[in-house]
Design a protein around this ligand. Structure first.
Ligand code: IPD
Ligand code: CA
Length: 265
């Protein structure tokens, strides 16, 4: 992989994500058509479907041989060795409720490793980008994660899945963590949680049960901003467990989450 290829991939994805993000803001004023997916709280709107189709069409127009996996069903094998993992709207519940935090997330992978990433949060006017080894930026300004060293002063993000039984267990873990940190935020969009760790708005973040497209872009952005992104045992982020924290907080947060049996959720 060349740095030039990563830059080229980002140059393809960024305008697509920004344009779709802008359309999502304009669509906030209109009435939604909503259906449910895995549970009654897992929502899909007509704009999720539109956004994925628009991103897929744009990617294939620029790079017809790439593979694409998308939350709303895109599943294209490709032949170039580049596979995109895209969430057309991460934070659909925020979008439906007209709240900030919904975002467009696109990560390009080669041999399973994300090499270029963009996350656009249009209501914050934020475009987060990263390339592997090339650093992370917000609106083209380099970003770094928090320098905090004391977990008791940390503002930590987390999220909840859509399965009611899993949510109950996630709430139990949250109850164990919250007395040991300064505060907790539920942004409602995993890709943005990771980007906010990257730029220091959140000191750290954890979540159980993400999908690949939830973390493909955000984990590279957080890592390139200096955060440690791992599963609960220090391995690569998986769909089973994701956490992101500055080096000084990663160990302490991991201990607290281990004690809360967070991975069993
Ligand atoms: C969800 C959001 C949410 C997280 C869930 C994700 P979606 O993605 O990222 O913050 O807690 O685990 O599924 O459904 O809005 O694309
Ligand atoms: Ca989504």
């Amino acid at each position: 992989m060349t740095d030039r290829l990563a830059d080229e991939l980002l140059a393809v994805a960024r305008p697509l994500a920004e344009s779709v993000g802008q359309h999502l803001v304009e669509a906030l004023a209109s009435t939604r058509t909503i259906v449910t997916k895995s549970t009654s709280t897992d929502l899909v709107t007509e704009m999720d479907t539109w956004a994925e189709r628009t991103l897929v069409d744009g990617l294939l127009a620029a790079r017809p041989d790439d593979g694409i996996l998308g939350e709303e069903g895109a599943d294209i094998a490709g032949t170039s060795g580049v596979v995109w993992s895209i969430d057309p709207i991460d934070g659909t519940v925020n979008f439906v409720h007209g709240m900030p935090g919904f975002n467009v997330s696109m990560g390009a992978r080669i041999d399973g490793e994300t090499v270029a990433a963009v996350v656009v949060s249009p209501l914050h006017r934020d475009t987060f980008t990263a390339t592997l080894g090339g650093g992370a930026a917000r609106n083209d300004e380099p970003i770094r994660c928090s320098e905090l060293t004391d977990l008791r002063r940390a503002v930590v993000g987390t999220g909840f899945g859509y399965d009611p039984a899993r949510r109950r267990r996630q709430a139990d873990v949250l109850a164990a963590v919250i007395p040991q940190v300064a505060d907790v935020r539920r942004v409602g969009a995993a890709a943005l949680d990771l980007c906010w760790v990257a730029c220091g708005r959140l000191d750290a973040y954890w979540e159980v049960g993400l999908n690949d497209w939830d973390h493909a872009a955000g984990a590279l952005i957080a890592t390139e901003a200096g955060a440690i992104c791992t599963d609960l045992d220090g391995g690569a982020v998986t769909v089973a467990f994701a956490m992101a924290a500055p080096p000084a907080l990663a160990g302490p947060l991991r201990s607290v989450l281990h004690a809360a049996d967070a991975a069993a959720v």
